[in-house]
Design a protein around this ligand. Structure first.
Ligand code: NDP
Ligand code: GDP
Length: 325
């Protein structure tokens, strides 16, 4: 039985990846950090699976990572844990650097000491392209991060490449563009909009307050993207890949389509601008070129932008119908 170790298993991607690997017959080990109340909402349906084991540790605690890997001796390591919210990275830049940047080195160091022959996946981000130097963005597009989060991810990317080149470790960096699902955190714009339009439809609130509607993102479906992570670790040679849909859409388009999916005729009637959600430095446009992933991994997205919006709005309508608040 192959063994996979996932940091960030309680997050959106970690939960989908754990499901995916359990279905593939892996024994899955997930790192969870100590919190005052358990945060297992996204993994509650698999937490009692006999092939899933949770191990306590934190990206900030080197020994906890070394001990965890020593216990597990995994074949594959997926480093998904991070402070993943761009806006919060201006409020907590040092913590973001610790978790999202240096945390990668800690996991790589633990792997180098304990299981150097394992395969390592680093969750890199399109935010590294920031103020984009070319469109669409490929594996060769220069980075120009625009937030402490983006800067930390650039560090994580290069330390992964560096460990591959310095120690001949199988370490890959997946440069994933935004990917969403009903399990996305409520603070991200897609889930925030999907939830708000569902609540407006059900008469629970009257409007949604947003920042910049003009920014454009290449939004895909999280379930498709975790498969790409796994595919990268099944290759003979370690390499870096852009994972994206190749399309870009504005926040405004997301809001318009979400209103349509909820049966709200006039999107403008429910929208208010709130400068609190504008960013000190914005990433205006992201659009990835997934050609390399298509050709070498045989990967392609299965869900269109319109379908993604619909999936998210329908999930929120269902959730909000059940909840009393
Ligand atoms: P989430 O924010 O949903 O999940 C982050 C996970 O990291 C959670 O399980 C969280 O645990 C864990 N975590 C945070 N800090 C620590 C720490 N110090 N020690 C241990 N665990 C920690 O992110 P996603 O699932 O959306 O993203 C997964 C990864 O992919 C992240 O690295 C993100 O930056 C990156 N990424 C995501 C993209 C996207 O569009 N979703 C795009 C490109 C990259 P807890 O539950 O306790 O908070
Ligand atoms: P990001 O691409 O990782 O920063 O993902 P987000 O979902 O947080 O943001 C995507 C885009 O939506 C960014 O350009 C934000 O500036 C924009 N945006 C506009 N209004 C909001 C809002 O209310 N919340 C968030 N999170 N983003 C917003």
């Amino acid at each position: 039985m192959k063994k996979a170790f996932i940091t960030g298993i309680t997050g959106q991607d970690g939960s989908y990846l754990a499901e995916f690997l359990l279905k593939k017959g892996y024994k899955v080990f997930g790192l969870t950090r100590r919190t005052s109340t358990q945060n297992f909402a996204r993994i509650k349906h698999i937490v009692h699976d006999p092939n899933l084991k949770l191990i306590s540790g934190d990206l900030i605690d080197q020994h906890s990572l070394t001990f965890a890997l020593n216990d597990v001796k995994p074949d594959e390591i997926y480093n998904l844990a991070a402070q993943s919210f761009v806006q919060a990275s201006w409020e907590q830049p040092v913590l973001t650097g610790e978790f999202t940047g240096i945390g990668v080195t800690r996991v790589l160091e633990a792997m180098r000491l304990v299981c150097p022959n394992a395969k390592f996946y680093q969750a890199s981000s399109s935010e590294m392209f920031g103020k984009v130097r070319q469109t669409p963005q490929t594996e060769d597009t220069p980075f120009y991060p625009r937030s402490p989060y983006g800067v930390a991810k650039v560090y994580g990317h290069w330390i992964t490449v560096n460990y591959r080149e310095s120690y001949d470790m199988f370490a890959v960096s997946g440069i994933l563009f935004n990917h969403e699902s009903p399990r996305r955190g409520l603070e991200f714009v897609t889930r925030k909009i999907a939830n708000a339009v569902a609540r407006v439809k059900l008469g629970k609130q009257t409007h949604v307050e947003l920042g910049n509607l003009d920014s454009k993102r290449d939004w895909g479906y999280a379930k498709d993207y975790v498969e790409a992570m796994w595919l990268m670790l099944q290759q003979d040679e370690p390499d870096d890949y852009v994972i994206a849909t190749g399309e870009t859409h504005s926040v405004r388009e997301f809001l318009q389509l979400a209103c349509k999916a909820a049966g709200i005729d006039d999107w403008k009637s429910i929208y208010k601008h709130n400068p609190l959600f504008d960013r000190p430095a914005e990433v205006d446009l992201l659009m990835g070129d997934p050609t390399k992933a298509k050709e070498k991994l045989g990967w392609k997205p299965s869900i269109s932008f319109e379908e993604l919006v619909k999936i998210m709005v329908e999930a929120e309508l269902e959730l909000e119908k059940k909840s009393e608040n």
